[in-house]
Design a protein around this ligand. Structure first.
Ligand code: PLP
Length: 375
């Protein structure tokens, strides 16, 4: 019997420290993907891992219908840090579950079924989230998926105004598309989505599974547009490596959420880890640091790569390098020859989502490696 993992790489990682990973042969790698953006504070963060260990010594799990201290603290922390008036939280274990809940809540709270999503968008791989994900390659083998989903072009204010009507339950959108190629939305688009959903009584859902936790230079990417949605979903970096997702809602959504539930919702260990992650990110102004180092990284990449690439783009430490040919071979060379682990975003984009704690010296290391491989 053997397990199966999608796309398993020929490197066995055994240890991590900050932005560095070490394999079983003693090689070191700079983790410029933050392991799918899951460790914004880097590997082996003392406060986060310490909070989880302390919680394990007290109570590893109790059924979700009993409040636990760590979860209550996390609810308060998320309410304090979410844009007003978002102050209710549903906790789960992953990004797709956070979106699945958001879509269900939108239908339940509005009594409507129509969901609007964007072309090139990615929201996860369970049946509902997958139905709002754009690319056929993720969907085809599993159809039929949840119905009544309409796709509009990303960042097209007129298209979103036209699509939203009285039968709409919700609009789901990434403020910066991640898997779709690192595409930031304009404020005009997000405002149009806000106005249209407000007029129709529909829910506006920002999928911040990838953009949240300071990655784009503010705790939530939503803050940069000034647009406050009805729901924000989070996961990936929320537990700095511990599997936790959250669906943050305004009151009118939370009051009409239906009967959604999950056995592991807000278990004590992941709640303690997430609370320590969020408090560290806020108290140490990690988003501000991400904005500064992100600007540095982007401008250094631009000057080092020049015409060798189509574009360097992104927000904070969510950076895409659009190359002229397929990105996969560059990613392989970066990992095997340069010891730099990065991610793809579509066929032609090399995606950098490093821990938000990296310094300029790490950025320099990456720029040299990328220039060597692409330049
Ligand atoms: N939403 C976005 C924007 C994502 O980038 C991802 C994962 O890449 C998801 C949802 C799904 O998250 P998960 O893999 O934790 O289910």
């Amino acid at each position: 019997m053997s397990g199966f993992v999608f796309n398993e790489k020929p490197i066995q990682i055994e240890r991590g420290d900050g932005p560095w990973l070490y394999d079983t042969d003693g090689n070191e790698y700079l983790d410029m993907g933050a392991s799918y953006a899951c460790v914004p504070l880097g590997h082996g963060h003392e406060a986060v891992d310490g909070a989880a260990k302390e919680q394990i010594d007290k109570l590893t799990y109790v059924q979700a219908s009993y409040p636990n201290e760590a979860r209550t603290r996390l609810y308060g922390r998320l309410a304090d840090t979410a844009p007003d008036p978002i102050n209710k939280t549903w906790l789960c274990n992953s990004g797709t579950e956070a979106n699945e809940a958001a879509l269900k809540f939108a239908r339940s709270a509005t009594g409507n079924s129509k969901l609007i999503a964007t072309m090139q968008g990615f929201h996860g791989r369970t049946m509902g989230s997958l139905a709002t994900t754009w690319k056929d390659k993720y969907k085809k083998p599993y159809e039929p998926l949840a119905g009544d989903v309409e796709f509009v072009p990303y960042d097209d204010p007129d298209a979103i105004r036209e699509a939203v009507d009285d039968e709409t339950a919700g609009v789901i959108v990434e403020p910066v598309q991640g898997e779709g190629g690192i595409n930031p939305a304009s404020t005009e688009f997000l405002q149009a989505a806000r106005e249209a959903t407000e007029d129709a009584g529909a829910a506006l859902i920002f999928d911040e599974v990838q953009t949240g936790m300071g990655r784009t230079g503010t705790l939530w990417a939503a803050e940069q547009s000034g647009v406050v949605p009805d729901v924000i979903t989070s996961a990936k970096g929320l537990g700095n490596g511990f599997p936790v997702g959250a669906t943050l809602c305004r009151e009118w959504i939370a009051e009409n959420y239906g009967s959604h539930a999950s056995t592991f919702s807000g278990g004590p260990v992941i709640s303690a880890a997430a609370d320590a992650t969020v408090s560290t990110i806020v108290e140490e102004d990690i988003p501000g640091h991400a904005a500064e180092v992100g600007d540095y990284l982007q401008s250094e990449l631009e000057s080092a790569l020049g015409d060798e690439v189509r574009e360097v783009r992104g927000e904070g430490l969510m950076v895409g390098i659009e190359v002229k040919r397929g990105a996969m071979r560059y990613l392989k060379q970066l990992a095997m020859d340069q010891g730099v682990l990065a991610l793809p975003a579509g066929r032609t984009v090399v995606r950098l989502l490093p821990p938000l704690t990296i310094e300029e010296e790490h950025a320099d290391h990456v720029v040299d490696a990328v220039a060597e491989v692409i330049g």
